[in-house]
Each structure stands twice: as C-alpha cells, then as structure tokens.
Design a protein around this ligand. Structure first.
Ligand SMILES: NC(=O)c1ccc[n+]([C@@H]2O[C@H](COP(=O)([O-])OP(=O)(O)OC[C@H]3O[C@@H](n4cnc5c(N)ncnc54)[C@H](O)[C@@H]3O)[C@@H](O)[C@H]2O)c1
Length: 248
C-alpha cells in the first residue's frame, strides 16, 4: 500500500463511524490523509478518534439535515480534495404496497438528498481548485430489483443517476464523480425483513444469488482508489464491488 496517497489531502467521509465508512476513513488516514468524519452516532465517532492514529475531525449530526452539512463543510475548511458519501440506511425490505411515508422519506433523505446537499456544497471549492474526487456508495440494489425493498432500491438507482449527472457536468472542470455498488458486506447496517411478502419473494434469491459476504476493508479499497489520483481517468463509473453478483 502506498502510504502517501492522501498526503496533504482532506477527505470528507459520511457514515464514518461504522462499516464501509469507517474502513474508508481508516484507510485514508493510514495513507496520510486528513479525514472529516460525519456520523449520527456519537459513540462511534468517539471510538474512531480513540482508535485511529492520525488526522481525524468528527462532526456529529444527521447528514440529511442541511445544518449538519454546513458544519461538515466548516470543519473541512477551504481545501476539500475528496468526498465519500457513504452513510446509508435500509428500508426493512418493504415492497411498494406496504411502504409507509416515513420509511420512504427517511430512506430517500439519508441515501440520496444528503448526498446531493453535500456534493452541492463541496463543488464550488473543488471547481475553484480545478480538482476533486467524489465517490458515492450505491448498492447491488442500484443495479437490480431483487436486493432490497422499494424505497432503498429507488434511492440507490437514483444515486447512480446522480453520480452520472454530476460526472457529466463537472468532469470538464477537473472533478470526478463515481459510485461503488457493494454486494453483501459485513457491517452494522440493520436489515430486518418487515414484510412477509418480501421475505417470500426475496428470501430464496438471497440464498442462491448472493455470492458471499465481503469485508468493509475490501470496499474501502475500491472507494479510496476512486478517491485517489490513481483513478485519474475514471469518472461516471458505477463500479460493482460484489464478488461477481452483477454478472448473475
Ligand atoms: N452492508 C451491506 O451489505 C451494503 C450493501 C450495499 C450497500 N451498502 C451501503 O453502504 C453504505 C454504508 O453502509 P454500511 O453497511 O457500512 O452500514 P453501517 O450501518 O455499518 O454504517 C453506516 C454508518 O452511517 C451512519 N449514518 C446513518 N444514517 C446517518 C445520517 N443520517 N447521518 C450521518 N450518518 C449516518 C450510521 O450511524 C453508521 O455509522 C450505505 O450507503 C449502504 O446502503 C451496504
């Protein structure tokens, strides 16, 4: 591992307290970078600071709240080299007829609107610098319909569209925008089935179609590659990181 990939760079990571976000923050710090770590769970941010040796600034708050976005940008300062939009939540696998407004609004707010607001906030600084890399975490549920409920599937398909649109408009200004689509990963994400019909419909597919469960560090490797200059010619990619599931 090149230990200086992120030397002198500041990268914002949302959902940095756990799972894929935490592994991403760890890797950036290990490769010499400064991390602005956003999460909604205070104890997870405290553990991150305790356990990581390096330059980590934490910002507690719900990233779907505009006020939290403002605080993250303030904590980052003038130079923002990278943004990893990792924070996300599941939807209880609720299918359309069983979907309640609260689940729909919450899942779209955290998985999609937060990403838009934070990206919108970093872009002026990246445009002024003429460079920057944004990596969004999508999902296998952004590539097919059989990996989650309707709200989550919708949110992750929208993440892909958001990623492409951002790449289209801003790659000519030196800013790259890509997404990573994980398959199953061992993290703390809560994914109970709240629908009997979804369990009947998805359960058997989950048994046969999911290739395996990855480690968060494997996802962090792809995310940090896309954040780093090693992927300088890559923008607008939706990269499956799923043990081959996308090919099924
Ligand atoms: N774990 C999987 O199998 C899997 C598969 C595909 C995609 N993903 C995606 O990966 C991303 C990371 O998930 P994970 O599996 O590491 O889950 P995780 O629950 O372990 O970590 C997510 C972190 O985000 C934080 N968070 C949640 N809502 C937030 C908010 N509103 N504001 C700030 N922080 C918030 C949580 O507190 C948590 O620390 C998500 O976008 C998820 O949809 C996960």
């Amino acid at each position: 591992m090149d230990s200086s990939h992120f030397a002198g760079k500041t990268v914002i990571v949302t959902g940095a307290g756990s799972g894929i976000g935490r592994a991403t923050a760890e890797r950036i710090v290990a490769e010499g970078g400064r991390v602005v770590a956003s999460d909604v769970v205070e104890s997870r941010l405290a553990a991150l600071v305790d356990e990581l040796e390096g330059d980590v600034v934490t910002v507690l708050g719900d990233i779907s709240d505009e006020a939290a976005v403002v605080r993250v940008i303030e904590a980052a300062g003038e130079q923002i080299d990278g943004l990893a939009n990792v924070a996300g939540i599941m939807d209880g696998f609720l299918p359309t007829a069983e979907l309640d407004d609260e689940t729909w609004n919450h899942v779209l707010a955290v998985n999609l609107t937060a990403m838009m607001r934070l990206t919108r906030a970093v872009l002026p600084k990246m445009i002024a610098a003429g460079k920057g890399s944004i990596v969004n975490v999508s999902s296998e549920a952004g590539l097919r319909a059989s990996a989650a409920g309707t709200a989550y599937t919708t949110s992750k398909h929208a993440v892909n569209g958001f990623t492409l649109s951002t790449a289209f408009f801003y790659t000519p200004k030196g800013i790259r925008c890509n997404a990573v689509a994980p398959g199953a990963v061992a993290t703390n994400i809560e994914a109970p089935f709240k629908s009997e019909w979804a369990q009947q419909r998805l359960g058997p597919l989950m048994q046969t179609n999911v290739p395996g469960v990855a480690e968060a560090a494997q996802l962090a490797a792809a995310i940090t590659w896309l954040l780093s200059d090693d992927s300088a010619n890559v923008s607008g990619a939706i990269l499956p990181d799923d043990g081959g599931w996308a090919a099924y």
